[in-house]
Design a protein around this ligand. Structure first.
Ligand SMILES: *[C@@H]1O[C@H](CO)[C@@H](O)[C@H](O)[C@H]1NC(C)=O
Ligand SMILES: *[C@@H]1O[C@H](CO)[C@@H](O)[C@H](O)[C@H]1NC(C)=O
Ligand SMILES: *[C@@H]1O[C@H](CO)[C@@H](O)[C@H](O)[C@H]1NC(C)=O
Ligand SMILES: *[C@@H]1O[C@H](CO)[C@@H](O)[C@H](O)[C@H]1NC(C)=O
Ligand SMILES: *[C@@H]1O[C@H](CO)[C@@H](O)[C@H](O)[C@H]1NC(C)=O
Ligand SMILES: *[C@@H]1O[C@H](CO)[C@@H](O)[C@H](O)[C@H]1NC(C)=O
Length: 485
């Protein structure tokens, strides 16, 4: 029975050896499959990861998502940003009691950028605006609280907004753009801003000006001021009217780059102001083809009476001119010119100021021309009765501009006889009563023959001395035709 057992055993050994042979083969086969599978799986994973990275990168760098949901989300965020642009009134009536203080009532939610000694300004887009541009809506010329402003990101401008290219100067003026003093005060900071950025002059000329007075749109500037600005920026002014540029009154305009000024010269140091007035004088003379060289005869003294007609004029211009002519005659080289500001165009005034060393004129906007004289020239000013006590600090503006532009204010004569006869209205109240200012404001000016005569002669002699000293020191006036920019 051992045989069958052994037979069985033999067979079973044979079977088992066959089986073990088979299982080894199977194992290798399975292992190969497994490795193959793992490798394929890896290739698959790597491939899909690469694909994902690629898509993700593409979306990140192009701002595009091939995935429909992401695209939807992106455009929905953009549209939410677009809807969140909030317009506020240009003129904030909450500050109507102090329209010029601090942030002012114009664009009251905005802060100015101010570096020591420099002009105060706002620029959009900027770091301060977090890259947002300035948008303005409405073109109301009667009520500034109907006009409004907002900041918006360039990729999410308000619906239907027009983007205006280039630099836009947005000016706030509390008075007006026709009076040359008030107009000049409003535009000086733009010139200062330009000089501050003078590393590239050609890139700081405005494509357009947007003018506001109390938030109301203004579309004109007086001819004197627009000529001066054309001279300063080297091209004719483009004053924005917003007519036909906006599709509907509800639509906004946004500015690729905007500079906003609302504090006049406020914040500027004396050095910065001198720089601006030197620049303007230089540009105005080039614009009007007035020679930059000194006059041939350095011992000549130009005394110019710049007369007004009507308000604050001399009651007897012939008499006053006679006194000054006589006084001038006493000083060798002195030459008197009598001119009427109203009869001269911008270049006429620039030419006249170039040959003037002493400007003689009643208090009034025509005195603004003084910065067009050579540096260190002299001004003589005249006031009607009552101004000293009643007119407030505003009466000193021509003392200020004399200091800012490097001129000597040679003093002021104040009439104490005015308001008596000669067509003038007499103030019915006590002469220190505030109500008298309306009577004295535009009163005409009398004269004091002896005082005028001595004063004029003294000033002329002073100028003669100064010019002689300057000549000895061989001071050179600006001869550069670039004016520094
Ligand atoms: C975004 O991707 C879609 C689909 O690929 C394409 O049609 C569209 O032009 C792309 N848009 C941009 C801004 O690249
Ligand atoms: C944008 O313009 C269209 C067509 O002129 C007008 O129908 C739509 O009301 C305007 N939307 C806004 C917010 O002004
Ligand atoms: C100055 O700016 C203008 C206009 O942006 C540009 O064309 C010009 O190349 C700039 N010049 C220099 C020297 O940077
Ligand atoms: C304001 O814009 C509207 C729309 O373009 C125009 O019809 C209107 O005349 C403008 N008003 C002024 C004062 O310019
Ligand atoms: C002006 O003054 C001159 C000279 O003093 C005098 O002759 C003339 O009568 C005066 N004119 C008037 C209108 O007072
Ligand atoms: C003006 O006067 C001041 C003080 O006397 C002098 O320092 C300066 O050089 C003068 N400027 C010119 C342009 O003559």
């Amino acid at each position: 029975m051992a045989k069958p057992y052994s037979e069985l055993g033999k067979r079973s050994r044979k079977i088992s050896s066959i089986a073990s042979l088979c299982s080894a083969k199977l194992f290798i086969l399975l292992a190969v499959f497994a490795i193959l599978f793992v490798v394929l799986l890896h290739i698959q994973i790597i491939a899909s990861t690469f694909d994902f990275t690629h898509q993700w990168r593409k979306a990140l760098f192009t701002g595009n998502c091939t995935n429909g949901d992401q695209e939807l989300e992106y455009s929905s965020v953009a549209s939410k940003l677009q809807e969140s642009v909030t317009f506020l009134p240009l003129k904030d009536l909450r500050y109507s009691s102090k329209p010029l203080q601090g942030h002012t009532w114009f664009m009251s939610s905005m802060q100015d950028t101010h570096e020591e000694g420099q002009v105060k300004y706002q620029e959009y887009p900027s770091k301060a605006s977090k890259g947002r541009v300035l948008c303005i809506k409405g073109n109301d010329t009667h009520d500034g609280s109907w006009n409004s402003y907002a900041l918006a990101w360039p990729h999410a401008l308000p619906r239907n907004a027009t983007l205006m290219k280039g630099i836009t100067f947005v000016s706030y003026n509390h008075y007006n753009y026709d009076n040359i003093w008030h107009g000049l005060s409003a535009v000086v900071p733009f010139v200062a801003w330009r000089l501050r950025n003078n590393n590239n002059c050609s890139s700081s000329s405005p494509a357009r000006w947007v003018l506001y007075h109390w938030g109301e749109l203004r579309t004109t500037m007086g001819p004197w001021l627009s000529s001066l600005m054309a001279a300063a920026f080297g091209e004719p002014l483009n004053i924005e009217k917003f007519d036909g540029r906006v599709s509907s009154p509800a639509a906004a305009v946004c500015f690729e780059r905007a500079v906003v000024m609302r504090h006049n010269e406020g914040g500027m140091s004396r050095e910065r102001r001198l720089e601006v007035y030197d620049f303007l004088r230089c540009k105005a003379r080039i614009f009007c083809h007035v020679s930059m060289e000194r006059r041939r005869r350095d011992d000549e003294i130009g005394m110019t009476m710049l007369m007004r007609n009507g308000a604050r004029s001399f009651k007897n211009q012939t008499a006053v001119a006679g006194i000054f002519r006589e006084a001038c005659r006493k000083v060798e080289g002195c030459r008197l010119t009598v001119a009427y500001a109203g009869e001269l165009d911008f270049c006429g005034q620039v030419k006249l100021m170039k040959s003037t060393d002493v400007l003689v004129s009643p208090h009034g906007a025509q005195l603004t021309n003084m910065f067009l004289m050579d540096r260190n020239s002299t001004v003589m000013e005249f006031f009607p009765k009552g101004w000293l006590k009643l007119a407030g600090v505003g009466q000193y503006v021509y003392h200020w501009i004399a200091s800012w532009s490097g001129m000597n204010h040679g003093g002021a004569w104040r009439d104490d006889t005015g308001g008596d006869g000669d067509g003038d209205v007499v103030c019915p109240f006590d002469e220190n009563d505030r109500r008298c200012m309306s009577v004295y404001k535009n009163a005409r000016i009398g004269y004091d023959e002896r005082y005028f005569s001595e004063w004029a002669e003294k000033v002329a002699r002073g100028v003669k001395l100064r010019k002689a000293e300057e000549q000895m020191l061989e001071k050179k006036t600006t001869t550069s035709s670039s004016c520094g920019c």
